[in-house]
Write a protein that binds this ligand. Structure first.
Ligand code: URA
Length: 210
């Protein structure tokens, strides 16, 4: 089964992404842009979330109106760069619960090594949105979703800013049932497993660590 990929081609998203790609963009601007794009991505990712008709009273009349159960949504950030997306998503989904998965890339093998895992209780009736700005080799995304699936959530979606054909292939060969939402599918990975043209190291650019 081929996995589902949703490229968000909206001009606002694409414009902000172009600014983020530029090496001249400062850390604070990069961080703001990622927060803004994440709010726009949240709009697409939440398109099919279930709502419950709920009675409310307007100043004019009683009516049944659709309401999201925000507490059923779990935003799962893959540390450390995932927190850049998390900030924007939380502005749109303030009642969402939050999980964290700490993974680093072993510099020799490029395998994902877990150092932290914390998600809410009772995952069985929750919808998870997993986030990491860069779906590159796919190793971290696959490891994070493996770990999350063991907790048995109702559904899982994966959101990233950028990906590439290699990353999508690797991810969907393990998790064909998890749809990916992204602002761009770039050309390829280079020999150091960076996305080309990409935007460099998302974590370093977000936190100003290089
Ligand atoms: N992680 C990044 O931060 N950038 C890439 O290009 C690939 C992985």
């Amino acid at each position: 089964m081929a996995g589902q990929v949703n490229v968000i081609g909206h001009p606002l998203v694409q414009h902000k992404l172009s600014l983020m790609r530029s090496k001249e963009t400062s850390t604070s601007t990069f961080r703001n842009l990622l927060r803004e794009i994440s709010m726009l991505l949240a709009y697409e990712v939440c398109r099919d979330l279930p709502t419950t008709p709920t009675e409310i009273e307007t100043p004019i009349a009683k009516t049944m109106a659709p309401v999201l159960d925000g507490k059923k949504i779990v935003l799962v950030s893959i540390l450390r760069a995932g927190s850049g997306i998390l900030d924007g998503m939380l502005e749109i989904l303030p009642s969402a619960r939050v999980g964290h998965i700490g993974l680093y890339r072993d510099p020799k093998t490029l395998d994902a090594v877990e150092y932290y895992y914390k998600v809410p209780e009772a995952m069985g009736d929750r919808d998870c949105i997993v986030m990491d700005p860069m779906l590159a080799t796919g190793n971290s995304a696959v490891a994070a979703v493996d770990r999350l699936k063991a907790s048995g959530p109702r559904s899982i979606k994966f959101v990233c800013l950028l990906t590439c054909p290699e990353g999508l292939r690797a991810f969907h060969s393990h998790h064909p049932d998890v749809p990916v939402f992204t602002a761009s599918i770039d050309e390829r990975l280079n020999e150091k497993s960076y996305i080309v043209p990409g935007l460099g190291d998302a974590g370093d650019r977000l936190f100003g660590t290089k």
